[in-house]
Write a protein that binds this ligand. Structure first.
Ligand SMILES: *Cc1c(COP(=O)(O)O)cnc(C)c1O
Length: 401
């Protein structure tokens, strides 16, 4: 296995994210293959007993077991780190494995966490139910409100946790302010960057400490595998995250890592084209629905902030109809856009968060977070945007809008 120029940081660190997504961290075997090789192996063999001992002692570089290292997975981790502008990255089996690992590896009993109240349902479950079970207090706040972040800090606050844009309310967090506030107070900021990816937004550039991913979404982008990743300093990844990961085992499989490689090849193209399509569809929908929540449109109260942080608006936005009945009516009238709770896919998908991704948290938490009964979230794919507009136009007419 040869670490090619793709792996030489002196050469690669100056490349831009779109180049990194295709080239960063490339390893090649003695065959010189152009496409990343898939190493479906759980273990490794050694020349002699002394060598295996040296590997386990950390005195010799090399693989020992795929819970610790795998060439296909390591290549992906190096690539994601380079795209993100991070020193290091480790991947996990799912986005939720990444979030759980990023939080539990550094928190302990008696710590306090401030988290955005608008978040993916399972991320809210971590802060509302899992962390308190281990004696970690959490406060959830309106993440759009800079003052609320400052006011929630306690002497034992260890970590800030948020998404931007947030799922599904499209709340935007002012990363420069919030991550700066955290750093000044010795608090680690962990940003879930699933909606944007490094192609559109790099939280580390705004002062974030840790970036955590559901790579299942826009990063893989074609709805095939689940995957997660955590990026940060080498010290954080090696000293905090790795001891947790190597002993608890939330690892990404080499096959799924290989599929994510295929996704990254087209990430920049997809992210930009899907953002353009989402803008076109958003402009059409704006005139027909009561409430639009679209960071790419000037009607979004945080539009300017979103566009300062993101190079394009991303494929996902939400809108609110009058009732759950009306929302179901629209979903059931669609012919092209699928009813699906996935996002980041190259196919356009729509879902009703209150009855799916945000059903388990209950009505009260949904109301507080702003997940209305009539809210629909849409992921815009790579179809011709006019076909999506035609589909929505017919469906809206069916429900009298
Ligand atoms: C989907 C999602 C997750 C969870 O990722 P999985 O890969 O489904 O486990 C976490 N955060 C956000 C913002 C998501 O959209």
């Amino acid at each position: 296995m040869k670490k090619t120029t793709g792996f030489n940081r002196d050469i690669t660190s100056k490349w831009r994210p779109a180049t990194q997504a295709v080239r960063g961290g490339t390893w090649r075997s003695e065959h010189g293959e152009t496409s990343e090789a898939l190493f479906l192996t759980s273990g490794y063999t050694y020349d002699n007993a002394e060598q295996v001992a040296a590997r386990f002692a950390g005195d010799e570089e090399g693989m020992t077991y795929s819970r610790l290292q795998n060439p296909t997975v390591a290549m992906l981790e190096e690539r994601i780190a380079l795209m993100e502008g991070a020193e290091a990255c480790r991947t996990q089996a799912t986005g939720m494995a990444a979030m759980t690992t990023a939080l539990l590896c550094q928190l302990e009993q008696g710590d306090h966490v401030v988290a955005a109240r608008a978040a993916f349902g399972s991320c809210r479950w971590l802060t509302d139910h899992l962390l308190p079970k281990f004696g970690i207090q959490t406060t959830t706040i309106d993440s759009r409100d800079n003052e609320a972040w400052a006011a929630a800090i306690r002497p034992n606050t260890k970590l800030f946790f948020f998404e931007t844009p947030a799922n599904p309310t499209m709340d935007i967090v002012d990363m420069e302010y919030v991550c700066g506030l955290a750093r000044g107070a010795g608090i680690t900021s962990v940003v879930d960057n699933a909606f944007a990816t490094a192609a559109l937004q790099r939280p580390l550039d705004f002062g974030a400490d840790v970036v955590a991913y559901s790579a299942t979404k826009l990063m893989e982008g074609q709805g095939r595998v689940l995957a997660g990743a955590v990026c940060g300093t080498s010290e954080f990844i090696n000293d905090k995250l790795m001891p947790f990961q190597r002993n608890t085992g939330p690892n990404l499989s080499p096959f799924n890592a290989w599929v994510v490689h295929r996704g990254l090849e087209t990430l920049d193209l997809r992210a930009r084209r899907q953002s353009e399509n989402a803008l076109a569809v958003g402009k059409f929908l704006q005139a027909r629905v009561p409430v639009m929540l679209h960071p790419g449109l000037a009607s979004h109260p945080q539009h300017n902030l979103a566009m300062r942080q993101m190079s394009a608006c991303g494929p996902i936005f939400s809108f609110v109809l009058e009732s759950r009945t009306q929302a179901y009516g629209l979903l059931n009238a669609l012919e092209l856009i699928d009813i699906s709770n996935n996002i980041g896919d190259s196919r356009s998908l729509m879902c009703h968060p209150a009855s799916t991704t945000h059903a388990a948290m209950g009505e009260e938490a949904r109301a507080e977070m702003g997940v209305a009964e009539g809210m629909l979230r849409i992921n815009i794919g790579l179809e011709d945007p006019q076909d999506l507009i035609d589909d929505l136009d017919l469906a809206l007419k069916t429900i009298g809008l």
